[in-house]
Design a protein around this ligand. Sequence first.
Ligand code: SF4
Length: 491
Amino acid sequence: MNLEKSSPWDGLHEECGVFGMYDFDGNDVASTIYYGLFALQHRGQESCGIAVSETSGPKGKITTYKGMGLVNEVFTPDTLETLKGNLGVGHVRYSTAGASTRENAQPLVLNYVKGTLALAHNGNLINANELRRDLEYTGAIFQTTIDSEVIAYHIARERLNSHSAEEAVRRACQKLKGAYALVVASPRKLIGARDPFGFKPLCIGKRDNSYIITSETCALDTIGAEFVRDVRPGEVVTITKDGGIESDTSMCLPEEKEARCVFEYIYFARPDSHIDGLSVYASRIKAGRFLAQDSPVEADLVTGVPESGNAAALGYSMESGIPYGTAFVKNGYVGRTFIKPKQSSRESSVQVKLNVLKEAVAGKRVIMIDDSIVRGTTSDRIVRMLREAGATEVHVRISSPPFLWPCYFGTDIPEREQLIAYNRSIDEICEIIGADSLGYLDIDRLSQMVDGRPICKGCFNGVYPMEPPKEDIRGDYFDKEINLSRKLERM
Ligand code: SF4
């Protein structure tokens, strides 16, 4: 176990958040994009960037600023001041494919014969290597190692034979396999596209005379914009001054084939966001209620591991009648420069970020709700911390099913051997994390949790909405032998 390499939480990461804005009145959008990205910071903390242009100025002049770190570390009032333009896109990134370097930060800006293009992307493509090779054979030279550049090149190439930028985006998207939510600024248009399965969320908002396309509705609330609608899975939307919102639904699948990443509801998205018409908070409350129905236990206190465990803990409390309370205090001020404790040091990463409120748990039987267990090291520590604070019993309930399979669509679930649930029974896991009892959300509850919306459950049952890739797209997370064993198990 390499603690330095894993997150302080031993948790999972979302890949990215995107935010695009077009102000028809010509006002600068950079500072609003900054606040939008700030609201999306939970989706990526490694790097961020903003690219803007003037729609009334010379076609193709884009100003970009990007860097490593949190939004408030990278941008200063002075840098925002230099970003002049009423059309722009922004991005926050956590890398699951492509190294964590400044070159790989987004948005990506491409100059080509038809002008310029700024693009921000969330998701992982499963055929990026194939697409990259195709382009390299025709002379393309890549500056980065990320999927997004492959997408940008394909859009640029399609643009040469298309009537419009949106047609080029659609034609490029037809070649992509995997997960993507895109925002693209072409000289006079803001374009958004969501993959046909709808893995990643994307929505449209409006404020005064400007439109926004972004990953989550919480970003709209933050900037005081009203929610207009979600971008449909498979839809390409184009926002222009004359046409408002135009929609191309030619790539949309029948609804039952859609496959939203259910982990957006369980963990990634902010609880104040709505995805495809469903409140993330309400879905977490429901998960907690299901856990109380399916894994009841006598206790004195229900508490959530912040933040994503809190709503599920409240749901458990509502259903069981056991009081809900706060047992943890979280220090959220962990920037990029935070030095993670070494495994050998006395300070654990978990304790640096999380303390237990002794007064709340001493002498009590505690039910602790968390969103997932990946490797188990974090759960083990938190259970121990509760006991050291005086809890007489610690019962762990998890608001998702056990992780058994990798993800190819933008979540950094490690290889199977590192997953605590792989080849272990619930009792064995319970013993490893040192809990008095352990219960997971039943996999059949996932669909009920999202009111029947079609979802991807690949990391829980190994059944993916599309054939998993045959080559390594996930760096050292991926193991070809695992791929083989999965195939054998399905036979
Ligand atoms: S495999 Fe899991 S994490 Fe990946 S998209 Fe599907 S539900 Fe989300």
